[in-house]
Design a protein around this ligand. Structure first.
Ligand code: NAD
Ligand code: TYD
Length: 350
């Protein structure tokens, strides 16, 4: 094997797409998926590649110094792509401490262990921190984009913990010259998205004719990117990104939540052979999220100019394929919503 790369959070939504991409595209790399399997970790997401000879799963917590030390020693790790995190804003409002623990302390632990193991020889090493555009705060409705120079202004416990982790990563570059790269990406969608987030929650509820909870008036704006476009950006930045640099990743694809929910309702009615308007009747306006950021929008000019990345998916194509994926993977959805998916690990690995 020419490289030994840890991907943290590889059983989660985005991590599973990154793991699959690396395991299949780089058979000469050993890919070590380090995941604690929280409620968001689901090994069913990657069952198609788990027998690959260059893939290993390590059930571990990134906060566990001893275990991380062992894994770095055992596999002689020379690269890290760090996605493990608590990722849901609503959960961060009800339980902020676990976000500080995993996102901040977990990232600090990984940086510390990587530095210890790579100390004195950073040749051929790379630490890629996968982060979010939410660290930049909230934009006005009608103007402005987040660039790599935008000042950090996080508002939720989730974004604050991710902002802190970004600062730690940058500190390790400036203080120890560790070769780090960062990507700050907009909202992702696609297969294997946990149905607590807007798009899969709406799809799941439409399938089951349940209420569609829209926060506030549904006027908040998000910039949506297909998860496979994100995985391709991560691949590119991990290999070609300049040490110490940040790259913003986004789709120039802004949607007001309510317009997106309307669009999804029409799309699902068509796919389910229901009368148009059926799903719109399920929309329920609910109390707004506390501190709800108004608008996110990414200027992805740097990654386009410097590394030649632009999204492949149009939103219409990506959303239609995503809806089809959920419709033909209802077992996945049922396992996730019933908790059945937790058994997969027990059966396969214990
Ligand atoms: P996710 O919640 O679907 O998956 C997170 C994964 O991390 C899970 O498999 C979970 O088991 C694992 N994990 C959590 N705590 C852990 C710990 N202490 N040790 C080891 N593993 C642990 O998240 P996601 O949506 O795939 O996001 C992945 C990363 O991308 C996160 O860092 C997130 O901040 C970032 N990001 C997400 C989005 C998005 O739209 N989802 C956008 C930009 C950036
Ligand atoms: P979400 O998918 O949680 O991502 P984030 O908060 O990280 O952007 O939410 C996307 C948008 O959808 C956000 O503005 C909150 C809103 N939303 C709802 O209106 N209803 C819901 O049930 C959920 C989960 C989100």
């Amino acid at each position: 094997m020419s490289r030994s790369i840890i991907i943290t959070g590889g059983a989660g939504f985005i991590g599973s797409h990154v793991v699959r991409r690396f395991v299949t595209k780089y058979p000469h790399y050993r890919i070590i998926n380090v995941d604690k399997l929280t409620y968001a970790g689901n090994l069913e997401n990657i069952k198609d590649i788990e027998q690959a000879p260059n893939y290993v799963f390590e059930h571990a917590d990134i906060c566990d110094e001893e275990r991380m030390n062992e894994i770095f020693s055992q596999y002689k790790v020379d690269g890290v792509i760090h996605l493990a995190a608590e990722s849901h804003v609503d959960r961060s409002i009800t339980d902020p401490l676990i976000f500080v623990k995993t996102n901040l302390i977990g990232t600090a632990n990984l940086l510390h262990i990587a530095r210890k193991h790579w100390s004195g020889n950073f040749d051929g090493k790379k630490f890629h921190h996968v982060s979010t555009d939410e660290v930049f705060g909230s934009l006005e409705m009608d103007y402005g984009y987040f660039t790599e120079e935008t000042a950090y202004d996080p508002r939720s416990p989730y974004s604050a913990s991710k902002a802190g982790s970004d600062h730690l990563v940058k500190a390790f570059y400036h203080t120890y010259h560790m070769p780090v790269v960062l990507t700050n990406c907009s909202n992702n969608y696609g297969p294997n998205h946990f149905p607590e987030k807007l798009i899969p929650l709406m799809i799941n509820n439409i399938i089951h004719m349940r209420p569609l909870p829209v926060y506030g008036k549904g006027e908040n704006v998000r910039d949506w990117l297909h998860v496979k476009d994100h995985a391709r950006a991560i691949d590119l930045v991990f290999h070609e990104g300049k040490a110490g640099e940040t790259y913003n990743v986004g789709g120039h694809n802004e949607w007001k939540n309510i317009d997106l929910v309307f669009f999804l309702c029409d799309l699902m009615d068509e796919k389910l052979g229901r009368e148009q308007g059926t799903s719109k009747g399920l929309i329920t306006y609910v109390t707004d999220r506390a501190g709800h950021d108004l608008r996110y929008a990414i200027d992805a000019g740097k990654i386009e100019k410097e590394l030649g990345w632009t999204p492949d998916y149009t939103f219409e194509q990506g959303l239609s394929e995503t809806a089809d994926w959920y419709l033909s993977n209802q077992e996945w959805l049922d396992h996730v919503t019933s908790g059945e998916y937790r058994k997969y690990y027990e059966e396969m690995y214990k």
